[in-house]
Design a binder for this molecule. Sequence first.
Ligand SMILES: *[C@@H]1O[C@H](CO)[C@@H](O)[C@H](O)[C@H]1NC(C)=O
Ligand SMILES: *[C@@H]1O[C@H](CO)[C@@H](O)[C@H](O)[C@H]1NC(C)=O
Ligand SMILES: *[C@@H]1O[C@H](CO)[C@@H](O)[C@H](O)[C@H]1NC(C)=O
Length: 317
Amino acid sequence: MALHFTNLYFPLSVLIIICLYVNSTLAGKAHNFYPLFKVDADGSIHRYQEIKYVPPSYNHKTVVQSKDVNILPEQNVSARLYLPKISGKNQKIPLLLYIHGGGFCVQSAFSPMYDSYLHKLTAEANVIAVSIDYRLAPEHPIPSCYDDSWAVMKWVEQRTDPWLKEHADFSRVYLAGDSAGANIAHNMMVRASEESHFLPSLVGMVLVDPYFGNDKPDTLWTYLCPKTTGIYDPRFNPAVHPRLLSKLNCSKILVCTAGKDFLRDRAWTYYETVRKSGWKGEVGIKEIQGEGHVFHLFNQTSEKANVLMKSLIEFLV
Ligand SMILES: *[C@@H]1O[C@H](CO)[C@@H](O)[C@H](O)[C@H]1NC(C)=O
Ligand SMILES: *[C@@H]1O[C@H](CO)[C@@H](O)[C@H](O)[C@H]1NC(C)=O
Ligand SMILES: *[C@@H]1O[C@H](CO)[C@@H](O)[C@H](O)[C@H]1NC(C)=O
């Protein structure tokens, strides 16, 4: 009788342990990525700052106008286009594809910070800009940001938009981005270089304070990109893949960083690796001393923000 009882009791206890384990797995774990967002155990996501929206506009002083284009309506992928003052009817000016930063998970092409930055950049560099609005992680895990940005680039290639058709010089197309946007810009250049059918001629790329990690484990990237292969993922740490860098199909690259940027070292590593990779183009680096990560976006009229802006303008001319 006693034997019979233990025989029953044993599988029951195993079952209880399994139930407890499954339960704890399903309930999930809370995550806190202050100051970006947190995720509760029930999976709900809270951002510490709401993503503000400013409408497109016309600036009387600079004569820059902007408008929004919905590119993949089902996926909410869109772009804000900026057109500076055009002097002649048939004047063609360089086209800049810009990708905003924000750790892949905050900010937007329509936020006050990026809208004012793009207005300023368009006016001062005299370029048409397409500021890409991609879906954010963690709701849309990486690689959504890459796929969305690529969809916008394919849309640009079709030249259906009248501003682009009339005023963009498709032999002078540039890619640029800051922080996570610089990471995406780099990855777009990789894709464009792999796809021989991509028609706009990408002349150059500017990576401002690129987010390629640093030498510490990166829990944000790992959380936002669940299928990452880890710290050697070429999308995250391209400098460990010099062969990939040697094949970038553009003729010049500018890397910008700031002396106190916590991501500064990988910006330098990217620059050094491209330089030594046998890549045929011209690569440069600009470091602004005494400033931190994307300082130029927080005070866009500061003296050092203007120094950085000048480097971008020189590069785009
Ligand atoms: C679409 O994107 C915009 C801008 O990023 C955002 O304000 C809006 O809430 C999004 N809409 C949906 C349905 O996700
Ligand atoms: C870049 O792409 C163009 C057009 O596909 C091609 O003709 C050219 O050989 C490529 N250059 C490099 C360096 O890959
Ligand atoms: C931005 O920089 C300018 C010029 O250096 C300075 O006068 C101004 O006080 C700064 N604004 C803020 C909000 O820090």
